[in-house]
Design a protein around this ligand. Structure first.
Ligand code: ZN
Length: 297
């Protein structure tokens, strides 16, 4: 089914802002441009962005950026950075997790596509992040590339029959993977790749069409995954361009953009700004396999 949302969608009104739930705003690509990037985001109707760290250093910067601009942050060590992480890096993440601006743990997960870190090490870091998220009552930001079976197996064993609180970000799996993630209690975050013209993204579009609205989150994953309408026309993605993905998804789901904005922003606020909404109950303790193996890796 062809979809042709407006090439340059008009921003939603002030009562229906969008929330970018995954933005790497403290990375070098945005150095010195924070103010103008956020000004363009506000003009495009974006009310908040979760600043996501991928290493100890990048998490420190994400918290600093979040503090300066009144945004929430996520701290963690991305699976692609696990191999270079030291014990003191993990200590830094544990300390940063207590910062009042920190609203989530991650990003963490498994990446068997790039394999910059050995799978066993990625799994160990995933376990640490899930443990930290549950211990601190914060949601987890999960990344998964070519590792669906392993991440499901790991998450199921961590959850031990309970549900997990967090998001599978930049979701790119099929319906079965989506259903398994939803059954674990996770939200699904959709980024610019859902707009890509290539037929191979039809599977992703069919998932995005039917995800329950109360589990849906929007994100840019900037500077990556720039929406189709801007590919080749802009150097990198940024929060303002979330509007393109939102308009595309609204069209795909047959819902007004304002309604999609209202629902997804409410979902994001419940997850990442619980102080401004109702605080979620702390999840029950997890049964973590190998919990006593905290030795250095
Ligand atoms: Zn990311």
């Amino acid at each position: 089914m062809p979809h042709s949302p407006p090439k340059h969608p008009a921003p939603t009104d002030e009562h229906h802002p969008l929330f970018d739930t995954h933005a790497h705003l403290a990375e070098d690509e945005f150095a010195g441009q924070g103010e103008e990037v956020l000004r363009r985001a506000r003009a495009a109707g974006i009310c908040s962005c979760l600043c996501v760290g991928v290493s100890a250093e990048s998490s420190r910067k994400a918290v600093e950026f979040a503090e300066k601009h009144g945004l929430p942050a996520a701290v963690g060590i991305h699976p692609n950075h696990a191999a270079e992480a030291t014990n003191s890096d993990w200590e830094a993440i544990l300390a940063l997790a207590k910062h009042p601006r920190v609203a989530a743990i991650g990003e963490t997960g498994l990446d068997y596509y790039r394999r910059y870190s050995p799978p066993e090490l990625q799994q160990e870091y995933l376990r640490r992040h899930v443990h930290l998220a549950c211990a601190s009552g914060l949601p987890m930001i999960l990344h998964c590339r070519d590792a669906q079976e392993d991440i499901l197996r790991q998450l199921r064993s961590f959850a031990g029959g309970n549900t997990l609180h967090g998001v599978l970000h930049a979701f790119s799996g099929d319906q079965r993977f989506a259903d398994e993630c939803l059954a674990l209690g996770l939200h699904l975050g959709f980024a610019g790749n859902v707009t890509y013209a290539n037929k191979k993204f039809d599977v992703l579009r069919s998932v995005a069409r039917t995800v329950p609205a109360n589990r849906l989150l929007l994100e840019t994953d900037c500077p990556y995954l720039i929406p189709q309408a801007l590919r080749g026309r802009r150097e990198r993605n940024e929060p303002a361009y979330l509007l393109y993905t939102a308009a595309f998804l609204a069209e795909l789901r047959g819902a007004p953009l304002e309604q999609l904005a209202l629902t997804t922003t409410a979902n994001a606020q419940r997850m990442f700004l619980p102080q401004s909404a109702e605080r979620l109950p702390t999840p029950p303790p997890l049964s973590l396999a190998g919990q006593d193996s905290q030795q250095s890796i």
